[in-house]
Ligand binder design. Sequence first.
Ligand SMILES: Nc1nc2c(c(=O)[nH]1)N=C([C@H](O)[C@@H](O)CO)CN2
Length: 117
Amino acid sequence: MDTIFIREFRVDAWVGIYEWEIQRAQTLELDIEIGIPDAKPGTSDAIGDTVHYGKVVERVISELKDRKFNLLEALAEHVCGVITNDFRAPWVRLSVAKLGHIRNVRRVGVTLERKRA
Ligand SMILES: Nc1nc2c(c(=O)[nH]1)N=C([C@H](O)[C@@H](O)CO)CN2
């Protein structure tokens, strides 16, 4: 499957189980791969035949602005749902990382892969 990628996408979000995380938003780093149906946009050359990556970035920022999650898994599930349902992507792989949370570890997080139902 052809894919679109969005890498090292930094976004502020409310996520975590500890008091300091509940009190303030933190910056996460997302890597997103989005399946696109087939080679159609390569031949049609039309933005309407593909997923507009700029719109995905805007939408993810707005989805995470005011929602609160305990777990990265739940946040990632929500974002995968938006991409498969609202952007009609057949497949998505999303990694979400917290930065500098654990000594000696630059990033910790989760990766989810989902297909459109
Ligand atoms: N599998 C997970 N483990 C942990 C998560 C999580 O979202 N998924 N979250 C935390 C805390 O919020 C932590 O990141 C604070 O530093 C711990 N483990």
